[in-house]
Design a protein around this ligand. Structure first.
Ligand SMILES: N[C@@H](CCC(=O)N[C@@H](CS)C(=O)NCC(=O)O)C(=O)O
Length: 208
């Protein structure tokens, strides 16, 4: 069995999707957490110079250090058969993963904007324009690939990635998927998968 350690802040952020894939796959790992730099930078400032990329998350797999959250996810998703059976399926899954990343990045930009007026404008645009457009596109793609999963007509890490984003977005708007029944149903089904259900019930809560 591989020796696996994930180092990340005590947040969901860019690390939770890695935790979710590992949990779903039943891969045991050390979930090493440190305080987010905006909560208390002390521990991170000591650790940062020892991390090859200078950023987290970092995954250690049998001693090999990997950075970049999406590269880490692709690697473990391949181990867990969640990354497609053909190159074309893998590309379709990556397409949906990148759409989820677009949503996440746009949402974070709005959360961390320091100019209050601009922040309000960005959040309004996200909720009224950006997010519904992305969701519409994703539901269409889902319909054209069998209607049950985001891509490749089977569960992939794109579905798990979307689940985590949806759980964070639902904290501020529990109804945000009400016009997207297929996506809403997907979120329900994926969070009911036994290993994910167990982890979601027991994991430390975080605002994002
Ligand atoms: N593209 C990288 C971005 C990594 C990143 O921005 N990490 C942030 C936390 S989410 C970080 O380490 N911040 C502390 C720092 O840069 O010193 C990834 O997806 O892993």
């Amino acid at each position: 069995m591989a020796q696996v350690k994930l180092t990340y802040f005590d947040l969901y952020g860019r690390g939770e999707i890695i935790r979710l894939i590992l949990k779903h796959a039943g891969i045991e790992f050390e979930d090493f957490r440190l305080p987010a730099p905006f909560v208390d930078p002390t521990e991170w400032m000591k650790l940062k110079p020892t991390i090859p990329s200078g950023q987290l998350p970092m995954l250690e797999w049998n001693g090999t250090k990997l950075s970049q959250s999406m590269a880490i996810c692709r690697f473990i998703a391949k181990q867990a058969n969640l990354a497609g059976k053909t190159s074309l399926e893998t590309a379709a899954i990556d397409e949906m993963v990148d759409a989820v990343q677009d949503i996440n990045n746009q949402w974070y930009n709005g959360q961390f904007e320091t100019n209050e007026e601009k922040k309000k404008e960005m959040q309004e645009n996200f909720n009224k324009v950006f997010l519904p457009e992305k969701l519409r596109m994703m539901e269409k793609r889902m319909t054209s690939s069998g209607g049950q999963f985001l891509a490749a007509n089977s569960l992939s890490w794109a579905d798990i990635h979307f689940l985590q984003s949806a759980l964070v977005l639902q904290k501020t708007d529990p109804e945000f998927l009400k016009d997207f029944p297929k996506l809403e149903n997907l979120v329900k089904r994926v969070q009911d998968l036994p290993n994910l259900k167990k982890w979601i019930a027991e994991r430390p809560d975080a605002p994002f």
